[in-house]
Write a protein that binds this ligand. Sequence first.
Ligand SMILES: Cc1ncc(COP(=O)(O)O)c(C=O)c1O
Length: 463
Amino acid sequence: KICYVHRRISKQTVLNCKNIFKKSKYKILNYLVKNDANKYKIKLIALKYIIYKKKREGKKVKIKINMRASWLKYSHNFNTRSLQTKIYEKKIDLRSDTVTLPTAAMRQAMLESKVGDDVYGEDPTVNSLQERMSHLFLGNKFTGKNALFVPTGTMGNLISCISHCSNTFDSEMILGDESHIHFYEQGGIASVGRIHSRVIQNNKTDGTLSIKDIEKCVRPMHLKNVHFPITKLICLENTQNRCGGAVLPLSYLQELRQWVNAYNDEYKSDIKIHLDGARIFNALVEYGNDYLTYPYKIMDYVDSISVCFSKGLGAPIGSMVISPCDEFMQRCLRLRKVLGGGMRQVGVIASCAHVSLDEVVPKLKQDHINALLLADKITKLQISGLQIEKMPQTNIVNFVTEEQKLQMTDEQVVLALKQANVLINCMSKNKFRMVLYHQISTKDVLDVVDRLQSIFSNKKKQT
Ligand SMILES: Cc1ncc(COP(=O)(O)O)c(C=O)c1O
């Protein structure tokens, strides 16, 4: 029940075969193997029927493909191990925590949500969510209109930055070279917000921006130098996505806050701090119960925050901008409208965010435990040319490769995993990201390790 097709059989014959099988009760599994040494492509067709049958019998599915001696001669140094493959039915998607699917409770909440026109401020579900987030993040600094529901994290960041810079022509903001705002938001702060960005390096280990670097490039009003834009804003990201989900140390946040306050006092300037808190709940979990119960403690260090429900919190859509400053919030409301973010009966989706807070936030710690397990198991595989960048603090696991040692390009790594039904993202050359979330179980993590082991079994480090 296994057919072999070697390079002497034309593509047309393969296609003909496929057509015949298509019409039969059998399904075909295509398996493409590239022999790196000789650049021969060998196509193997296995009948999926075998897999179905074995699965029905409750057997572990493992197809061992035997090479026929008659055509081994065509394959020269071909490594027969690379022809052994397991079929992995379950897709494990680790590209991002944005791929979460709404839970049953979310779907139910959508169905039952009370709605109204939110542009008129009449959607009861949105209003209760805004109030809930204000209480959570502001405690008794809450004045009534301190949180604004927006469709995306990108919009939340953009309107916060523009609002802090008051929409003037001469504003500058300081941000990290690995920040989402700098890297992935199309430069909207410049094109839409007319804000000049002063980019400094993120510390790759903890995601911080060095205060010394900030001090060196801040350009305040008092200099009265017409050449310079005026620094109005510093942006941080917590957790820092491209720095492997790093949690900004509280001592750092405190030090930066003190420095900014002292600077503002001394030079009569008004520099603000905005926090891209797309994954702030992951950080709060790591700060400990005190912060998770009283998230408003984080607002001691920043002037505004944008929080996403659509990442690890598992809701399909939605972010919240929060600040204790009423004028800032008023500007955000106007900006949301001009950017097309005024939504109508949006309680339908805000209802999911309520469920996220109740149901998913308590599960975040497990994602961090799973991430650590994944990183630890991968390290123990001892794959030559592939290593964990640093042990994860939260739900993001980055690994780096050395192409020469691994003998695989970035595309080949992603493809090999895809063939084993594991999806991952390549972040930049030789750097990959795997993200855990509540719909990835500990068993899934162990499965991923098993699949990695099969893929890289011939790449074990020599000890
Ligand atoms: C740190 C960070 N900020 C902001 C965003 C933007 O969120 P959205 O995709 O909802 O625009 C993302 C998205 O992944 C993110 O990781």
